[in-house]
Design a protein around this ligand. Sequence first.
Ligand SMILES: [Cu+2]
Length: 276
Amino acid sequence: MGHAIIEWIYVGAVICILCWVGASAWNVEHQLEAAPPDAETIKVIGQQWFWTFEHEDGTKEVGELHVNQNVPYRFEITSQDVIHDFNVPDFVILMDAVPGRINTLWNVFDVPGEYLIQCREYCGLLHYNMRAKLFVEPASAESTTSPASAPTTGAAPAASPSPTSGSQTNQTSGAAAPAATLTIPEGASVQGNPAYDPDPLTVTAGDVVEVSNQDTVPHTATSGSGPEDPETGSQFDTSIIDAGATAQIDTANLAAGDHPFYCSVHPYMLGTMKVQ
Ligand SMILES: [Cu+2]
């Protein structure tokens, strides 16, 4: 009789321990997978061969993603063509981007800085070029210990370029009809095919160039000799032009001479703009 009671106590203790272990494991898994309710959603779209990011307020970024330090973000990851893989090595983020489905994960970026985003799933010819930059902005300038350096490092670079670039954009859109057209012909994404027409493109400084993408995939016209050019995009950059869409380049601030440009999605697509 005494033995029976002790055995039942053992059995009860073992059941209790199993339940406790199971409950905590479930709890940990739940905490890992469920984003906090205040998390901001960022849509991540992979496409041969670039990343597009869409914020909750509708703003879109291509090839760059700006987030704030210490804010929880929930990523909704998908693809428009083949399987890609959204990878931020420094934050151990790795999630397949699969056409027709949305994979989610969430993360808090705790250290400000610039980080690499890359595709971790071989997705075709220019898989190696399918990179983006992640910028984690510091949580607040006030918390900086040295007030003298805070305005120069934090506020000034972030604040001053945007009004200037904004007013430039307004001038561009308000400018006269395009004086020159640069065509991206169908098939331009295939290496060896004509990339830009005409090439070289001759313009007079001040002309507005309309770039017309007549191919079936997105392209850009980005100043510079290629992705490794330190000056890349500093003269002009159409950013992504979807298939069938157009963009404009304002040449008002370009110096006379030859300006090489390329497609940031397909860096073998090269062209030259001659400014007179
Ligand atoms: Cu291209």
